[in-house]
Structure formats: C-alpha cells, structure tokens
Ligand binder design. Structure first.
Ligand code: 1DF
Ligand code: MN
Length: 363
C-alpha cells in the first residue's frame, strides 16, 4: 500500500468515527510560474497596484518565518499538504489559486496563467481525488474568455466553481461588462467564490498608511463593499440562480443587514442617486437566497452562530484559510458546546458537498 492510500484510509477512518468529514473550503495554493511573474511585477519601479506590492512585497520579500513558511506551503500540492491536513484533521481541501491570482496581470498573461494553473490544480486533484477539490481561476480582464475557461474547468477538468479575487485593477464585478462570467456560472450551476484582494488603489490610502490594508481589515473593507455593490447593482435580479460564496463570515455583511436594508430602501425612495435602482427584493433577501458564507479566518463560535441564525444553518460552511491561518486548535471550534451532530455535519461537510457538488465518500 502506498503512502497516499494509507493517509486517505486514515482520514476516512477518523471521519467515520467523528460522524462527518471536515471539508475546508477556502484553501490557497500557488504555482512557481505565477510567483516568478509576481517577482517581476514587484521589481518594476512604480507600483501598478499598491495593495499588490504591499501584500506580495511582504510574502515574497520578507525573511520572516511567517512569509517563508507560507510561500513554501502555497506551492505544495502533494504529500506535504496532505500531511498538514492529516495533522489538523482536515479531510478535504477545496483549493483555489491564491489572491489576486491572475487578476494582476496583463490580459494575455492572465488568460494563459489561468489555464496552466487550472491544469496543475486538476492534476493534483486527479492524484488525490478523496482529499482535494478545486475552483477554477479565470481572467476577468477578458470576460468572454473567462466564461470559456470556467466551462473548460468545470466540464473537462472537474473543477467545482470559480474564484474571483475582488477588484481587477480597480474594476468591480458590478460592472455589466463582466456579467458574461456570471451568466456562465449560473448556466453551469456552479458557485463563484468572491475572495478578498487588497483594497484597490482608490480605496487603500488610509488603510495602507496604518498597516491595515491586509487580512486584518482592508481585505474585509474591499470585499464586503464588493459584495454589497454586487447586490445593489441588481446582479441577482439578472441572475437569480447565481450562487456566491464569501469568506470571513460574509466580510461583515451579515452584521450590517438591518441597517443596509433600511438605508437602501430610504436612499432609493428619496432618489438620492439616479443610478441606484430599486431591486426586486431587499438586500438581506439576496444574502439569504444567493450567498453562502464560510468561516475562513473567523474561528469564533459566537460569530459563526450569529451567521447561522441570521442567514440559515444551511448557508454557513467551514473554511480554514490554509496556509495563511493554519491553526490546528481552530479547526474544532464548532465541536465544543451544545450543537447537535447534525448541525456540525452541515457546517463541516454537507453544506460544502451541496454548494460545491462534492460527492460524499464512496463507502
Ligand atoms: C492573507 C489572508 C492572504 C487571506 C491571503 O491571500 C488570503 C494574509 C493572499 O493573511 O495575508 O487569502 N485570507 O483569505 O484571509
Ligand atoms: Mn483566503
């Protein structure tokens, strides 16, 4: 029996004893090829994107333990990653190309790196089909080609949806020029994971000055605003079956729902912005109908329970955010306390199986 088979059997046995698998849904990888291009962008004089330089200037330039461990782990798509999963009790990782993925590149480079990273991801999944699933990277710089690459990723490579890393050179997906991408996701019935990016050049100023542009808060400001902008743009009226997955417990939006509903209604009714159009439903209804949230980076039971209460128990999924927040003790956060095994199973396993179309284990 090979080492692979042994660890897969080990993970199956533990999941059976526990009563469910743990599926982690926002888990990052990178390719050597992409990092080489990131290094070239960083070496150019005037930064094209200040957030990119802040984030990747740190990870690819810092001698700190954190940066070096993360850069190494991002590039593991084989036994080393699986041994980290075994050590932390993760049965399945849903993998996606780390942020901003190809969205920082020129259009032609973005298209080509998206394809090759999807091929590399699919090869890793073929080798470890019980442990890995994946989301396609696409180049929004070319929306029609992004739609085609999603289709190839889903139909030919077996990927379970797509990842979009918030803004692309300051452009947001509420712009209808990108909506071919959403049309494709809806038609293929696969989810779009709206993952953070560093705030765009227009948003980042005061955050960067204070060292708050990263995952501590800037990511959430950028990505929560982006999700709200999608909702208010009417994208879910246009694509009512579109499913969007958002990490970090919905980038704070669940906590804001009451105020957003009230103020959206008041703002539209007063005609304050001609372009802010009435929607078929109130903003919170789209969050409950079209959005799923994951617990990436938010291993905190009160916040997770709040989301389960206001969004629904079927809309909150487990995620770790490996390797950026690889903390074994955090994995079992929702296994303390009074929740039933059925509720835990939904959080750790079955919601992810349903949203990402991941087959339950064979036996
Ligand atoms: C960080 C966090 C970086 C997350 C990420 O991708 C990321 C970080 C570059 O801590 O710098 O995906 N995260 O989702 O929280
Ligand atoms: Mn992440």
């Amino acid at each position: 029996m090979s080492i692979d088979r042994e660890t897969e059997t080990g993970s199956n046995a533990m999941a059976a004893a526990r009563g469910y698998r743990r599926i982690a849904t926002e888990e990052a990888f990178a390719t050597a090829e992409m990092f080489e291009l990131y290094r070239k962008l960083l070496a150019q004089g005037e930064p094209l994107d200040r957030g990119f330089h802040s984030l990747w200037g740190f990870y690819l330039g810092s001698p700190s333990d954190r940066a070096r461990r993360i850069i190494e782990r991002l590039q593991h798509l084989d036994e080393q990653r699986i041994s980290d999963m075994d050590a932390s009790g993760i049965d399945v990782q849903v993998l996606s190309l780390t942020s901003p993925g190809v969205q920082i590149f020129d259009p032609a480079t973005a298209v080509s790196i998206a394809r090759s990273s999807n091929d590399q991801l699919a090869a890793a999944i073929r080798k470890h089909p019980e442990r890995f699933a994946g989301l396609a990277a696409v180049a929004p710089q070319r929306p029609a080609e992004a739609a085609k690459e999603l289709e190839r990723g889903v139909r030919q490579l077996g990927l379970r949806g797509m990842i979009l890393n918030s803004h692309t050179h300051g452009e947001y997906f509420d712009d209808p020029k990108f909506w071919d991408i959403f049309a494709a996701a809806e038609a293929l019935d696969v989810p779009v994971y709206l993952h953070p990016n560093s705030p765009s050049n227009e948003l980042i100023g005061p955050l960067l000055q204070r060292g708050l542009d990263g995952a501590i808060y800037g990511f959430g400001v950028e990505t929560g605003m982006h999700l709200l902008a999608l909702i208010t743009s009417g994208v879910f009226d246009r694509f009512p079956k579109l499913k969007v997955v958002v990490g970090h417990l919905g980038e704070a939006l669940p906590f804001w729902l009451f105020r957003i509903d009230y103020m959206h209604r008041a703002t539209v009714a007063s005609g304050r912005y001609a372009f802010l159009k009435p929607l078929q439903r109130c903003p919170s209804e789209y969050l409950r109908a079209n959005v799923f949230v994951t617990s990436s980076g938010m291993a905190w039971a009160p916040a997770i329970r709040f989301c389960q209460e206001v969004l629904g128990i079927d809309r909150v999924l487990y995620a770790m955010d490996y390797p950026y927040q690889f903390v074994t003790e955090e994995v079992v956060e929702m296994e303390h306390g009074p929740d039933s095994i059925e509720k835990r199973r939904m959080f750790y396993q079955t919601n992810a199986e349903r949203v990402f179309g991941i087959a339950p284990p064979a036996n």
